[in-house]
Design a protein around this ligand. Structure first.
Ligand SMILES: [Zn+2]
Length: 219
């Protein structure tokens, strides 16, 4: 039996189906490319030439789902908001913040959620210049509450990297703390370790300069 030729509408439908299949199976953006995009956003921020974000349409497109490629674990410092620093729109960054970017259970659970359920493939641990939490942890003084202690105690080991007589060496403690938090993620979380071992997760360490606005990738 001869088959009837496809109608134009049928062909258009076929093409749309194929395009949809391609979109669904789009390969994940590589970690290198993700960093290139973050760095480009940061450069726009540094230059004061941030993108025009169409928040109303982004809101509309994201009401039912989110797929942030990047999770950021950063300090709560009011001068270092990751979305602004990387010039991103809605739905691009899954941000976990605490004073001193600590990787306690709540932070770890939040990051696990991003990797396991939202499909994030990169975690950026972001420390910054003149971090108040690191300064307090390295000052050697007593904190006023057990809750503040919980912020400062995890930072304390990194204070060995600085010279207490030279406040300008605080940066060494800041950078060391970023590194130890990044390493701890894989020690404290089986889920993150598994994703890392399977090549589904890349962890980046970064440092933000309050003076220039620039984010430098440390590792
Ligand atoms: Zn800080």
């Amino acid at each position: 039996m001869l088959r009837t030729p496809h109608s134009l509408a049928h062909i258009v439908l076929l093409i749309l189906c194929c395009m949809s299949a391609v979109a669904q199976h789009k390969p994940e953006t590589s970690a290198d490319q993700i960093w290139i995009d973050l760095a480009a956003g940061n450069q726009r921020f540094v230059m004061g030439k941030t993108a025009l974000h169409d928040f109303p349409s982004q809101r509309k497109a994201l009401t039912k789902t989110q797929h942030p490629q990047v999770a950021v674990l950063s300090c709560s410092d009011s001068r270092v908001p990751p979305e602004l620093v990387f010039d991103t729109g809605l739905g691009e960054l899954f941000v976990v913040r605490s004073a001193g970017e600590d990787d306690d259970s709540l932070s770890l659970g939040s990051l696990e959620y991003a990797i396991e359920h939202l499909g994030s493939t990169v975690i950026v641990v972001l420390g910054h210049q003149s971090c108040g939490a690191v300064t307090a942890a390295c000052s050697g003084g007593k904190s006023e509450s057990v809750n503040l202690d919980a912020v400062l105690t995890p930072i304390a080991p990194s204070c060995a990297k600085m010279d207490p007589k030279k406040p300008e060496t605080l940066d060494l403690a800041v950078r060391d703390h970023v590194h130890s938090v990044a390493q701890d993620l894989l020690v404290k979380s089986e889920l993150l370790k598994k994703a890392f071992d399977e090549g589904k997760l890349t962890i980046m360490e970064a440092y933000y300069s309050l003076e220039t606005g620039e984010v430098t990738k440390l590792r």
